[in-house]
Structure formats: C-alpha cells, structure tokens
Design a protein around this ligand. Structure first.
Ligand code: G
Ligand code: G
Ligand code: MN
Ligand code: NA
Length: 253
C-alpha cells in the first residue's frame, strides 16, 4: 500500500497525533512548545514526518494535514495552558503549500478564535523555500499575520542560499539556528563564528533567536556565552505528548 493511500486514510481515521518539544530559556524554564506531527499507521508502522509531509505536499494532502496540525495543536495547547495556568508560546511548522493557500490567514485566525487562543501566543515556523517564488505575495501574507500579532519564525536558518539578503527584506520575529551549526559548535570554529554572526544579526534586527538540536550541555552553554537565550533539543526534552510534559517538573511552566 502506498504511503499516500495510507495517509489519506490516516487523516480520516485518527492515526495522526501531535507531540510537543519545549523551548527553554537559559535557566531551563519552559518558554515555548513546538508542535510536531506524528503518525503511527496500522500497516506501515511509524512513519517519519520528514517522509509523509513530503508525500502530502506532492499529493494534495498537505492542506488537510496542515489543517489537522493547526486545529489539534491549538486545541490541545488551549486546554494545556488553561490547566497549568501559565503562558508559553506555541510554535507550529507551516508547509509552503499551506502558507500559500488564499484563505490561510483567515483559517489560522478562525482556529485561534475557536479555542480562545490569542494571536500573540502563536508563532508560525516557515522555511526559506517559501521565498523561492512570488516573494511579494508571501511578504503580504507575513505582514497580515504580523498585524494580527502572530509571530513569524524562520526555521532551519543558515541552511538555505539567500539567508542574508532575505533578512534585509523580511519582517521576522525569530530565527532558529539550524541543528547542523549547533552540532558542530564545539569542534568547528567556523560553525561557532557562524552562530556568533547569526546572533549579532538577530540582535540588530530585534529578533528572538533559538538554538535547536541541543543534545548536550556544552552545546547550550556555548551559545549562552554568545548571547543566545532560547534553546530546544533532546538535552532538555524530546518531543512528548502534553500529558507527559505536564508530568515533568523540570519543565514546570
Ligand atoms: O519532528 P521531526 O524531527 O521528526 O520532523 C521532521 C521534519 O518534519 C522536520 O523538518 C519538521 O519541521 C517536519 N514536521 C514535523 N511536524 C510538522 C508539522 O506539523 N507540519 C509541518 N509542515 N512539518 C512538520
Ligand atoms: O525542521 P524542524 O526544525 O521543524 O524539525 C525539528 C525536528 O528536530 C523534530 O523532528 C524534532 O524531533 C527534531 N529534534 C529536536 N531536537 C533534537 C535534538 O536534540 N536532536 C535531534 N537529532 N533531533 C532533534
Ligand atoms: Mn520547526
Ligand atoms: Na529547524
């Protein structure tokens, strides 16, 4: 059976679910949650999102998949923050295809309103591939989202081609330094310098900066010394269901 057929069935039958990875500040306190989709199929078993998101993008399933991600994560987040009584940011990954839907902004606002989550609680993670074509239209969509108070984060920053020229033209709220830089920060002077430069750029543009893929303590302490204040990675927590995260006192909100 093809992944596409199973995914179509999975979207209808409820075999997809969301997990959340905390973002922490330099004291280890949770300040955000990144929603990540997961799929456990009866026949195919566990399928990586890297694989099925790509299948969805090529088969017309990205819009329903993206809708599932928006609705589920905003609903679960709403219940979670009512229960824990604290506010953290909710970050959601948005596929290029989803972002380019003419009703994307309205859909996001509608789902937020439905669950009484304010636009100021939401961060949308986009990637540089979004800007490969139709730059002006994408820019307009970003502006409309930001006018409502929704923040925009550039994911996997540093891996695309046009990062610096893009930054000059784009109103962004956050950069996520790609894991590949964080991985080599301790061994590779070039990666360390690259991170230093990205931190300087983020500062001068008033952007939040997140170091992702932190797997050991030293990979967080080096960026702290350089001025990074937000971290994400297995060292702090793997992505988990909200019920499991609630039970982790180290991540108390
Ligand atoms: O969570 P994990 O590292 O397995 O994700 C692998 C890839 O799938 C990453 O590029 C991640 O951004 C993407 N991904 C995970 N969850 C989502 C999601 O909810 N929506 C979109 N568009 N991409 C996702
Ligand atoms: O493309 P994006 O940055 O959204 O993808 C995030 C992915 O990285 C998620 O699939 C998540 O499971 C994964 N991830 C998060 N932290 C770590 C980490 O410390 N190490 C590794 N190898 N992967 C991580
Ligand atoms: Mn992401
Ligand atoms: Na990333």
């Amino acid at each position: 059976l093809s992944v596409e057929q199973r995914l179509r069935y999975g979207l209808a039958s409820g075999s997809l679910y969301m997990v959340y990875q905390p973002q922490v500040d330099q004291t280890g306190k949770a300040v955000g949650l990144e929603a990540l989709v997961r799929w456990q199929d009866e026949e195919l078993g566990f399928v990586s999102p890297a694989e099925f998101v790509e299948v969805a993008e090529k088969s017309g399933l990205m819009v329903p998949l993206g809708r599932f991600v928006l609705e589920t994560s905003i609903r679960e987040y709403s219940l979670f923050r009512n229960e824990v009584g604290g506010f953290v940011d909710l970050s959601i990954n948005i596929s290029v295809i989803q972002f380019r839907q003419p009703d994307f902004v309205e859909t996001v606002l509608e789902v937020l309103a439905m669950h009484r989550v304010s636009p100021g609680e939401l961060v949308l993670e986009i990637t540089e591939s979004l800007f490969m074509s139709d730059f002006e239209r994408v820019l307009k969509t970003i502006e409309r989202l930001r006018e409502k108070g929704i923040r925009i984060s550039m994911d996997d920053f540093g891996t695309g081609y046009s990062s610096l020229s893009l930054l000059r033209k784009l109103p962004l709220d956050e950069l996520k330094i790609d894991k590949s830089f964080v991985d080599t920060i301790l061994e590779d002077e070039k990666a360390a310098n690259m991170i230093r430069s990205i931190i300087a750029i983020a500062r001068s543009h008033n952007m939040e900066l997140v170091a992702e893929g932190v797997e050991e303590e030293a990979q967080a302490s080096a960026p702290v010394e350089m001025g990074c204040r937000r971290f994400q990675g297995y060292y702090f927590s793997r992505p988990e269901t909200l019920d499991r995260l609630k039970a982790n006192p180290a991540l108390a909100i």
